[in-house]
Design a protein around this ligand. Structure first.
Ligand code: ADP
Ligand code: MG
Length: 451
């Protein structure tokens, strides 16, 4: 049964997504309305559950309508062996073994094939980080050491680090490039201690040409790991070997990190990835749509949908990507084009979760600033056109950008009636279509409010 379902899922999600996400999962059992699947890693389970659960459940229900829920579990035997690395964040590609690593200890963590410079969209918020990453990826003489990349979750740190690793493998195949998360660093360190192989550990880590440690904040508060990291770091810097580090915040802001480690981390080039802005999000969405085209060549995307998503979804690119993946899968499942209605239906939870609460007060303040009038005049009773129009603009924005009802909005505008608000909203809607200036004002204000 699962075999046939798989075939149907393959058609729906496309070969790439299928190979990445569906193929690795295995149907285990169905009990009490819950279908359980074995997954190789927690990460994969979470991903499938977030992005494909609806689809899979939908398909399963055609066979067994009593099913209500899916569960994804890592079977007990997976990951229990001494050699198993901690659940990686990436899809495993066969780990590379470097030349010194005859004993199979120096393996780089799996690199995601998709995380290359080609697929990295550059915008204002990440251009410095991108430029710095490009520079170290040339594999030329070390100019800044370490390169420290930091920024919030889902802003592209891991993507850039993998891109550097891919690029170096191409350009400088003789170089020994080691990429791993700080967690894996700790894991290997602890394992070496346990197996009394500290000499090997030290030798191996000191023999790399480029060391990349992702999410270094992880070792904060872990004293012996920090100590070992510090020595490894110093040994490599002394040999003029390139080090690239990422973290979710600036070195100085990582709590429970020893001062000497902090200051070492700060002595190279520290660059941050800023939260994405509207333009970058739109650029990323456009590029991801192109990538999805491979799987869904015929799917239409109505204009305006990407703009809407770029406006509405938070700065985390991972969330943005997940939303798009889901949208494509859903649209192809129901055989419809991707339009606003489908988007609202399919992504209602994501949209709700990422809604930044914009307040009526914020809107009133921004609009009165924009039109250079006093807030009190905009809210007050004066009916002069120079106040009335901004007031209507503000009401319109309140209706569109907050979840307030018309009567509530009326109340916040000096106790006006809900019909007044409704009239104002209508008027602006009409003007928006006729009057370029109003349309532009609205766009500017919307952006300023969404910053
Ligand atoms: P971080 O490590 O900073 O938490 P990741 O590098 O894992 O974030 O990025 C999260 C997801 O967003 C990845 O799928 C990545 O490919 C994507 N992403 C982030 N920034 C960009 C970008 N500028 N262009 C294209 N994709 C991006
Ligand atoms: Mg990361």
């Amino acid at each position: 049964k699962w075999g046939q379902l798989r075939q149907r899922l393959l058609k729906t999600v496309g070969q790439n997504n299928y190979t990445n996400w569906i193929e690795p999962i295995e149907f285990r059992a169905a009990n009490d309305g819950i279908a359980t699947f074995d997954v190789p890693t927690t990460f994969l389970g979470n991903y499938v559950s977030q992005n494909y659960a609806d689809l899979i459940l939908h398909e399963l229900k055609t066979e067994d309508p009593s099913l209500q829920r899916l569960r994804f579990a890592v079977p007990a035997h997976v990951g229990a062996g001494a050699e198993a690395a901690p659940a990686a964040e990436q899809r495993p590609e066969a780990p590379r073994t470097s030349k010194q690593a005859a004993n199979n200890v120096l393996t780089t963590a799996p690199l995601d094939k998709r995380f290359t410079f080609d697929t990295f969209v550059v915008g204002k918020p990440n251009e410095l980080a991108h430029a710095a990453a490009r520079r170290v990826a040339e594999g030329g003489p070390v100019t800044f050491n370490p390169l420290f990349l930091y920024g919030g979750v889902g802003l592209g740190k891991t993507h850039l680090m993998h891109a550097i690793a891919h690029e170096l493998r191409e350009r400088r195949p003789e170089m020994n490039v080691l990429y791993l998360s700080a967690e894996q660093f700790m894991y290997r360190f602890v394992q070496a201690l346990r197996d009394r192989k500290m000499m090997d550990f030290k030798e191996i880590f000191r023999s790399v040409d480029v060391l990349m440690v992702d999410d270094v904040q992880f070792i904060a508060g872990k004293d012996s790991t920090q100590e070992e990291f510090f020595h490894t770091f110093n040994a490599l810097v002394d040999q003029n070997k390139q080090i690239i580090i990422s973290a979710d915040r600036a070195p100085g802001e990582i709590k429970d990190l020893e001062d000497r480690v902090k200051s070492r981390l700060q002595c190279g080039l520290v660059v941050d990835l800023h939260p994405t802005d509207y333009e970058l999000r739109l650029g990323i969405l456009q590029s991801k749509v192109e990538q999805q085209r491979v799987n869904y060549p015929d799917l239409e995307v109505e204009t305006g949908v990407l703009e809407f998503l770029a406006h509405r979804i938070s700065t985390n690119v991972r969330v943005l990507e997940g939303a798009l993946t889901r949208l494509f899968a859903f649209a192809s499942l129901v055989g419809r084009e991707i339009n606003m209605e489908l988007t609202q239906d399919c992504l209602s939870d994501v949209l709700r979760a990422s809604e930044r609460k914009i307040t009526v007060e914020e809107i009133q303040r921004k609009v009165s600033d924009h039109y250079n009038i006093r807030l009190s005049d905009m809210i007050g009773p004066k009916r002069l056109r120079s106040y009335a129009r901004p007031r209507q603009v503000a009401m319109y924005l309140c209706k569109k950008m907050t979840s307030r009802s018309l009567p509530e909005i009326g109340r916040r505008f000096g106790g006006r009636d809900h019909t007044t608000v409704m009239h104002g909203v209508k008027r602006i809607e009409e003007l928006k279509a006729q009057d370029g200036q109003i349309a532009e004002d609205l766009e500017l204000l919307r952006r300023a409010l969404e910053e």
